[in-house]
Ligand binder design. Structure first.
Ligand code: C2E
Ligand code: CA
Ligand code: CA
Length: 796
């Protein structure tokens, strides 16, 4: 028996040695000794053989046979370590039993060299294998000759000869096994026993016995029978070769399964794509026992096998050389590679999913900008960095001005489009390295790192400018603006404190008239805190019904007679009266306005009977409502109850022009339902919102109240007088009542009478807003005056 490739050519420790620059010296020396002894044995054999005879040429037929059988080794390995055992030693036994020993060793040597030359193994390994096989053959020859006691093979078959053959075969096997074990152990630096007691050793021994017996059997047949009878041995030889090959492949498959399983388990623990890719290449090398596994863009050539890899970004191939090996076929290699790729594809898919999830958790769904959490992280990081590098950083808090009505009027889908548009404009205003984030609603923030304050100012101006070019919404061109708060990072800042400061500055920008930016200074802190306290106080006031109403009369301009009153809410907090402009805005922003509105309606209804009684007849009672109330499902019912409760007073609802323009179907339906109840609407602050009057035609509206600003200068400025005149004319042409608000001076009233011709007016000149008691007195006075005037007229 013999060995064709004692040490594994492609895997395990040999591979490690391939990639290392320094092979341990002991193993080199050992291998060299084995090679040298092979050379010595070969030389001795050649010298002893002398000049070859013609019979030697016949013997050369053994060489291809050795090479053939050597391609069917039994591979003994687990986890990539181990040795392979060839059964070509059967031919060595055959030669030793039929020929002069030196000639047998030479023929064997030629077969071994041929085998190694076509093996494709490393040159060093080929030399080592040749050395070992030839040394083994020499030793076996010496043992055989000594044991059977004759140099030339006997012509009779004896029991002694059989014993000698068994001994020689055992020596050959033991030497082969031991020497390759030592070489592998030396190279790997691991204990020898580990290599000798591998699983499968027993199997190897039990395979070599039938093979070597076959060699001896062949020699006996050759001796006793005609040469052609040797052909009979082809059948058992073939059977044995097929059997060992299937054992080898089965053990290889089980090894591959182990590799795949381990790879699959490991893939679950990897946390980035680079690791998965490295593991894939490593595992594929282990799987195929090849070092030349590569990942590249080009598909495999005809000499390669490969599988397509998709890590989600680019398509690549993992490729390996195509090689004929005892253990496997190309098809099996291909399948194994595909299975390995499937394992990593799972890992890539899992990583992508985790990536997507972390992205979602850290970004705003609508605009895909970083969200508050991610922004705060970046700010935190930037604060540390700027402290270390001594650079400036600024945080911009951006709140769109008047965005709420966009949603209310055009619906949320349109509002979303505007926000996406705004996000894009903001991103265009800053450097790629700056972070633009959406904090929620119409609030954005921008982190500017490593900037000077002049650059921050410039960025703010760019932003205000970028927003000012109109946005298209549902066919309308909308002018956008924003209030920006700027906070510069201070060494003691945290991300939260910086954001809070920018937020405070933003509120200051709003308070100073919007569409501007304000830089945070310590003192701003007050405003926001006050505002928070106000919200709480207002909540309590609304809850406990602590708001009061005052009434401002609306008069017929021609006679001065009170035709109605407007209810105006009043609130005193901590002894300080808060302007309705302030607390109504707070109520709208905090959603309190719905409850506040109900309170006002109830109070106005309670008060109306006294007003009607004092007026001595019907009276319009106007109540201001906000857009939010219209969208409240219960609002129509509230209005119905209020209207019933008012008896002879006529409830009128005032709503600002901003709040009714647009196609908010819910509000429109509510307005129609309310009009159907017999409660008319008045458009408040008319003329400042959307300059087209056309929309009034399909609105259920009875009255328009011109904005205070129109009457402001009618006594001084001809154009404003003409404007008010045309608004009044158009309103009247549409069959609407027109109320001019803000009459403070007699000259204004005179102009109104002479040039505008509006039927109704409201203003401090005639009456200031007043308490119910005061109103009752005024109404009673008016009655008496009229009665007196009537009496005078009657008597006159
Ligand atoms: P508005 O509906 O336009 O109410 C008229 C405002 O003009 C009142 O201010 C009134 O006091 C003021 N005004 C009346 N005559 C004159 C005048 O000759 N010159 C000037 N400069 N001002 C005059 P007020 O009471 O401060 O209310 C401000 C705004 O608060 C109201 O404007 C209204 O929009 C809102 N508001 C008041 N009460 C309520 C309420 O109960 N609900 C709602 N939703 N809003 C309310
Ligand atoms: Ca009003
Ligand atoms: Ca008004």
């Amino acid at each position: 028996m013999a060995d064709t490739g004692c040490r594994m050519p492609e895997i395990g420790q040999t591979q490690v040695a391939d990639t290392q620059t320094t092979v341990p010296r002991a193993s080199e020396v050992f291998d060299l000794a084995v090679i040298a002894s092979g050379v010595v044995v070969a030389v001795i054999a050649i010298v002893r053989m002398g000049v070859p005879e013609t019979d030697f040429l016949v013997g050369l037929g053994a060489v291809p046979l050795i090479m053939l059988i050597a391609r069917f080794p039994l591979v003994l390995d687990q986890r990539g370590k181990g040795i392979e055992v060839g059964f070509d030693s059967a031919i060595l036994m055959f030669l030793l039993c039929g020929r002069q020993p030196a000639e047998a060793v030479v023929l064997w040597g030629l077969g071994v060299v041929g085998t190694q030359l076509i093996s494709g193994k490393r040159g060093w390994l080929q030399l080592f294998n040749c050395g070992l096989s030839i040394t083994g053959a020499g030793l076996a020859a010496v043992v055989l000759v000594r044991a059977r006691g004759e140099l030339i093979p006997p012509s009779d078959t004896t029991l002694r000869e059989l014993g000698a053959v068994v001994l020689a075969a055992a020596v050959y096997f033991a030497l082969d096994f031991l020497v390759s074990g030592i070489s592998v152990a030396l190279e790997a630096g691991s204990p020898l026993m580990e290599h000798l007691t591998q699983p499968g050793t027993v199997l190897a021994i039990s395979c070599f016995v039938p093979f070597d017996s076959l060699g001896y059997l062949g020699a006996m047949m050759h001796r006793e029978l005609p040469s052609w009878s040797l052909l009979l041995l082809a059948v058992p030889l073939l059977t044995l070769l097929v059997a060992t090959r299937s054992i080898t492949r089965a053990s290889e498959n089980s090894r591959r399964l182990t590799v795949l399983f381990e790879a699959a388990v490991r893939a679950q623990t990897l946390s980035d794509a680079r690791q998965v890719m490295d593991a894939l290449v490593d595992d594929a090398k282990r799987l195929l026992r090849l070092d030349k596994v590569k990942v590249r863009a080009a598909p495999p050539s005809a000499h390669e096998i490969g599988a397509r890899l998709s890590d989600g970004q680019q398509n690549r191939w993992i490729v390996a050389p195509r090689r004929h090996r005892a253990r496997s076929t190309d098809e099996a290699d291909q399948r194994a590679l595909e299975a390995m790729v499937a394992v990593s594809s799972d890992a890539f898919a899992r990583l992508r999913l985790t990536d997507d999830m972390t992205h979602l958790a850290r970004h705003d769904l609508l605009t895909d900008l970083p969200n508050r959490g991610l922004l705060l992280d970046r700010v935190e990081h930037a604060v540390h960095l700027s402290r270390r590098r001594n650079t400036e950083l600024a945080l911009l808090f951006i709140d769109l001005d008047g965005f709420k009505p966009v949603n209310d009027r055009f619906g949320h889908a349109a509002g979303d489009e505007v926000l996406i548009d705004v996000a894009a404009r903001l991103t265009d205003c800053v450097r790629d390295s700056d972070t633009v984030a959406r904090l929620g609603g119409d609030e954005f923030a921008i982190l500017l790192e490593d900037v000077r304050s002049t650059e921050v100012d410039a960025a703010c101006l760019r932003i205000l400018n970028a927003l000012s070019s109109g946005a298209q919404v549902a066919g309308h061109t909308l002018t956008l603006s924003a209030s920006i708060g700027v906070a510069f990072g201070e060494p003691e800042d945290t991300s939260e404190s910086l954001l809070r400061n920018a937020d405070l500055a933003m509120y200051e920008a709003k308070a100073r008239g919007k569409n501007q930016f304000v830089t945070y200074e310590g003192a701003l802190g007050q405003t926001r805190l006050e505002r928070l306290e106000l919200v709480e106080a207002l909540r309590n006031a609304v809850g406990e019904g602590q708001l009061s109403l005052v009434y401002q009369p609306i008069v017929r301009v021609s006679t001065g007679r009170i035709t109605g009153v407007e209810a105006l809410a009043r609130w005193t907090s901590n002894g300080q009266s808060i302007s309705p402009d302030v607390f109504i805005k707070i109520a709208e922003e905090s959603g309190l306005v719905v409850a506040l509105g109900e309170l006002v309606l109830r109070q106005a209804a309670d008060d109306s009977s006294r007003m009607v009684e004092a007026a001595g007849g019907t009276l319009n009672v106007s109540v201001n409502i906000s857009a939010q109330q219209l969208r409240e499902p219960s609002f129509v019912e509230t209005v119905r109850r209020t209207s019933e409760h008012m008896g002879d007073a006529q409830l009128v609802l005032e709503i600002t022009e901003r709040d009714v323009v647009g196609d908010d179907a819910v509000s429109k339906e509510a307005m129609n339902d309310i009009v159907a109840l017999g409660v008319p609407f008045a458009i408040d602050d008319f003329g400042v919102g959307f300059s087209s009057i056309g929309y009034l035609q399909d609105m259920p509206v009875k009255t328009i109240k011109t904005d205070l600003s129109f009457s402001e200068a009618i006594d001084r400025d001809e154009r404003s007088c003409a404007l008010l005149y045309s608004i009044t004319m158009m309103g009247q042409a549409l069959g609407l009542d027109v109320v001019i608000e803000g009459i403070e001076r007699t000259t204004q009233l005179d102009h109104l009478r002479e040039h505008v011709g509006a039927p109704f007016g409201q203003g401090y000149l005639m009456h200031r807003p007043m308490t119910l008691d005061a109103l009752v007195r005024v109404l009673l006075e008016g009655r008496t005056e009229r009665a007196t005037a009537h009496d005078v007229a009657a008597s006159g």
